[in-house]
Design a protein. Structure first.
Length: 732
């Protein structure tokens, strides 16, 4: 087998001296499993190494004497000297942090008398009475610490530096080579996207761990703690040969370990930020910390003064994200010393397990065609996706651009690892096109629209039902009454809502039905809304579609018929049936909950609505007393009114009162029903609330609400006539 010479940029070694005598026993343990080791005079130790927390238990003739828990780590080895035992512990993470415990045994007792700090990339061995740990620290020195144990006291007696090159040597010749950096950039990006991890995170971790060098000086990049390759994987349960020589496998395992650390938030081992959604870079802060190790050197703030600890691993990673991505700026977490648990052995825990961060940074890679992006700084619009003299014009911070294609890696060669951004081909509102660097922009949202309400409905269908749909709901595109109650029914069948003329399908609608390949179409409303000519046209398409019609003699009875299709419910929603905003604003909530929407009018509660409400236990009433008088509530079971002074604020009250606040929002015009109708099912499917805006501006109450929320993604339903670019600027 080829000899591998590990090259260490910096190494720290500490030695513990035991009065010049040699040790009698040493035993190492695997990362996972239960191990029993006989010591002396009936004394034994059981090591139980688990994926998260491990234990070391000393026994005397099988009677338990002492148990030590190792949190988020495992016992790596035990060493004997006279009446002392030294246990080395490896803390989970790429940092390879190692600490050690010294135990004293006497008269059938075992006492823990010393716990060391955590040493980065520590590797422990005992030779001729010395405990030796190689430890990576800075670039050019080998620091040696000497500890002595005398009369039950462990103390540091000496520190000095040695030449790391003398200690470890360097490879004589290059036998392995790294792929070109532009290929590594693509590998890291694509593997991250496959795992739903922001590529910025994975690239920066790899940059921090190895500077993207899977091999160094022609030899495998293996550190003295066993960290391997570009991601410096220290976990021994994975194929070490593949980790060493297969860069794709190394990246995949590194990402797998990072995802495992992210999941620690669910078991309260690390805090969550906001809703912990994966597409937000900030939400990975504690997972990145855990990737290296939950140790005090990675504390977000310094224990001595509470100041930000810029030397922490995760701080360095996030700084690399910023410097390699056009200066993306991150907001510091509001962490105080009381939030943190400084444990013995150099480990770090948390008293506070959730944080709210309003200003966050979404990944710059999750930007689709036709999305909006906004400039976070002044930037250059370029002719080509590369840095150089191809500047087309200067752009100003706050400008809103439309993305015309998915990202490009660019044409710059040779690739500079310090520039880890990608490029987007964009268009200004005046039609000027060119390329911008991804780090200079921030995703704002996406417009889903067509040239008419019919084609907008088609685009919504394509957005939410890309793989087709078993059922399609068909509503008239000319008026709203029959369609108002259709959202919950469409959601129940996982069906898009498409629009029709009274006597025929538009070409776009017909084409979309053919693409969806449904087995069933539900027509909402009678022949006065959608005539039998449309039914015949559907039958003539030859798709073998069964066609149902749900209708009543009026809008209230149609709503009741739709409600009956939903089955038995304990709660229903009542909205004003002679205008559309309130019913459509609550439609996503009604759809998600499976509650029917019933209709009323100002002068009375229709008989069809009264009839259905008699079977429910609770009623949500949407709209103020000017459209639904207080007297009507007396005819309902346990009514609860939601209303605002206007349609925009009523929609806002729905979101706030029903706790529908989400970081992703669907916006529709409050002046037309069609976009909100067809978009309501998409909103429910994507778990987004619907907020209404004016076509030319954001109502003040809506703007105030948005400013106080953590929102990073807007889906705008309808074209520029429905919601103008001025609205987008206000959102920005």
């Amino acid at each position: 087998m080829q000899k591998v010479i590990a090259i260490f940029s910096t190494v720290l070694v500490f030695l513990i001296v035991f009065s010049g005598e040699t040790h009698a026993m040493e035993q190492t343990f695997d990362q996972e499993g239960q191990f029993e080791q006989q010591l002396k005079d009936g004394l034994s130790v059981i090591v139980n190494n688990e994926p998260f927390d491990s234990t070391v238990t000393f026994l005397d003739n099988q009677e338990k004497l002492y148990t030590k828990e190792i949190q988020l780590g495992y016992a790596e080895g035990i060493y004997e000297f006279k009446d002392y035992y030294i246990v080395s512990n490896r803390i989970d993470g790429s940092g390879g942090f190692l600490n050690f415990d010294v135990y004293e045994t006497s008269d059938e007792n075992v006492n823990l008398i010393f716990q060391s700090q955590a040493y980065k990339k520590g590797k422990l061995s005992v030779e001729d009475g010395l405990i030796k740990v190689s430890f990576s620290d800075d670039e050019n020195s080998l620091l040696v610490d000497e500890y002595a144990i005398e009369d039950g006291e462990t103390s540091l007696i000496n520190s000095f530096e040695e030449d790391s090159e003398t200690q470890f040597g360097f490879a004589a010749a290059s036998q392995y080579s790294n792929p070109p950096y532009h290929e590594i950039d693509k590998l890291l990006t694509e593997k991250a996207l496959d795992a739903n991890v922001p590529p910025e995170i994975v690239k920066a971790i790899a940059y921090q761990e190895s500077a993207w060098d899977h091999y160094k000086n022609g030899e495998p990049n293996v550190s003295n703690d066993g960290g391997v390759g570009i991601m410096q994987v220290t976990d021994q349960k994975y194929n070490q040969e593949k980790l060493t020589h297969d860069i794709e496998y190394n990246i995949e395992i590194g990402i797998k370990l990072l995802l495992e650390k992210k999941a620690w938030a669910d078991s309260k081992k690390i805090p969550k930020i906001n809703d912990d959604s994966a597409e937000i870079i900030d939400h990975w802060y504690f997972a990145v910390m855990a990737y290296n190790g939950l140790v005090q050197t990675n504390s977000p703030i310094k224990s001595e003064d509470g100041e930000r600890n810029t030397d922490a691993y995760q701080e360095k990673v996030f700084q690399k994200i910023s410097t390699t991505n056009n200066g993306i700026g991150f907001t510091s977490l509001p962490i105080s010393l009381s939030d943190l648990d400084y444990k013995t052995g150099g480990q770090l825990g948390f008293h506070t397990l959730s944080y709210s961060l309003k200003q966050v940074q979404p990944t710059r890679y999750d930007v689709e065609k036709n999305s909006f992006i906004t400039l976070t700084s002044n930037a250059n619009l370029r002719e080509k996706p590369l840095i150089g003299d191809n500047i087309k014009k200067e752009l100003v911070k706050g400008d809103i651009l439309t993305v015309l294609d998915s990202f490009s890696y660019g044409e710059s060669r040779p690739f500079n690892r310090a520039n880890q951004f990608v490029w987007y081909y964009v268009e200004q509102s005046n039609g000027t096109k060119g390329y911008v660097a991804s780090g200079t922009v921030k995703p704002l949202g996406k417009r889903v629209s067509g040239s008419s309400r019919f084609e907008t409905a088609v685009e919504i269908s394509r957005q939410g039902w890309e793989q087709g749909a078993e059922t399609v709901v068909l509503a008239t595109g000319m008026d709203y009454p029959d369609a108002l109650a259709g959202g919950p029914l469409a959601y129940k069948h996982n069906a898009p809502i498409l629009l029709s003329l009274k006597d025929r399908l538009t070409a776009a609608t017909k084409k979309e039905i053919a693409r969806l390949e449904p087995s069933k179409i539900i027509i909402l409303g009678g022949v006065g809304a959608i005539g039998d000519e449309v039914k015949l046209e559907l039958e003539d398409m030859g798709l073998g579609i069964s066609i149902d019609r749900i209708a009543g003699s009026n809008r209230s009875e149609t709503a009741r018929s739709i409600a009956e299709e939903l089955g038995t419910v304990d709660k229903a929603i009542v909205a004003y049936g002679w205008n559309f905003p309130d019913a459509l604003a609550i439609a996503p909530y009604a759809a998600k909950m499976g509650y029917p929407i019933l209709l009323t009018q100002t002068n009375r509660l229709p008989d069809a609505t009264v009839d259905f409400l008699s079977s429910v236990e609770e009623t949500i009433v949407v709209g103020g007393t000017s459209i639904i008088p207080k007297e009507q509530l007396d005819e309902m079971n346990n009514p609860d009114r939601i209303s605002g002074p206007n349609r925009y604020e009523t929609a806002l009250e729905i979101v706030e009162k029903l706790n529908m606040g989400k970081p992703k929002v669907l916006l529709a015009t409050g002046q037309n029903y069609a976009d909100a109708l067809t978009g309501s099912v998409l909103a429910a499917k994507q778990d987004r609330p619907v907020l209404l805006v004016h076509s030319e501006f954001v109502p003040s109450a809506v703007g105030k609400y948005l400013n106080n929320q953590v929102i990073w993604d807007y889906t705008v339903i309808g074209g520029r006539a429905a919601i103008s670019p001025d609205v987008l600027k206000e959102l920005n």
